[in-house]
Design a protein around this ligand. Sequence first.
Ligand SMILES: NC(=O)c1ccc[n+]([C@@H]2O[C@H](COP(=O)([O-])OP(=O)(O)OC[C@H]3O[C@@H](n4cnc5c(N)ncnc54)[C@H](OP(=O)(O)O)[C@@H]3O)[C@@H](O)[C@H]2O)c1
Length: 289
Amino acid sequence: MRVSAGGLNFADFMTSKGGYPGTPPAPLIAGREFAGIEESSRRRVMGYAQWGAFAEKTAVYSNMLWPAPDGWSDEQAAAFPVNFFTAYLGYWQAGMTHPAPAGRTYRVLIHAVAGGVGTAAVQIGRLLGVETYGTSSSDEKLARVKELGLKHSINYKRHEYEEVVKNLTRGEGVDAVFEMLGGEHTARSLRCLRDFGKVIQYGTATGQSPKIDLRAMYAKSASVQGLWLTYLSQKPEIMEPAWKQLSEWIDHGKLTPQIGHVFPLERAMDAYKMMEAGKNYGKIVLKVG
Ligand SMILES: NC(=O)c1ccc[n+]([C@@H]2O[C@H](COP(=O)([O-])OP(=O)(O)OC[C@H]3O[C@@H](n4cnc5c(N)ncnc54)[C@H](OP(=O)(O)O)[C@@H]3O)[C@@H](O)[C@H]2O)c1
């Protein structure tokens, strides 16, 4: 594959600090996803790899390669695999890819809603008819996500998200929380849940191990469930139906990867620093070649 752009993920930043599970010893070419040209067929593709995507040429398993949608730029295609599969599988694990029972609307609280996975989750949530609640540190970022269909914005610098969720849902809570912060946030997210709700734990951006509030779990028969795309991506029986649904939405023009920032590969360090500082909106993309 000849690579034209690579999507930067929080996992790449964690890898650079030596904190990502399964990182091979240095020297290592980073990069988990990309867009480019498949040399054998000359078709435009987007692909998912664990390492090696930030290079002029890379190789991936054929089942981790999808056609780049017509009308999408290379940057958009490079921003698709990790964010959209992760967000879709979050809904799938939460049981929300099937319609809610009559008279019910599913609710989800999305942390880092203005980030890569967050902006994908808002778009997918809108298509699934889920009521979305999202947190961010910035009103400006929240205003942009609102345009994508976010229903309830919560600036956690100014408001306590547990309180806001409680008030907005008349004390009922949400059906799921997409939780990628770790530490106290796992316990606090558990306290945001409705009966039988699930915290989908898919990251620990704070660097702290998730803390559990057992009392909140008992109180509502709630649970915490892990999600790791690296693992799920090895299961065709899960990835193929996910792609079927995602590609259907793409064909109907219903998904748009949000590109916040594009850096040339030579400035990768600035891109990593922006990710570390949490200043990005949507995806940070590295332009290769
Ligand atoms: N399990 C999986 O398979 C999987 C797959 C993809 C991503 N992830 C995880 O999902 C999370 C989001 O990944 P992403 O690539 O989409 O990143 P991102 O959301 O684009 O960027 C991270 C965002 O998190 C927020 N944040 C809150 N606390 C932070 C902290 N202590 N340090 C840095 N950022 C912080 C910031 O937004 P605000 O300031 O607006 O809150 C920041 O913009 C990461 O934890 C990542 O490891 C997991």
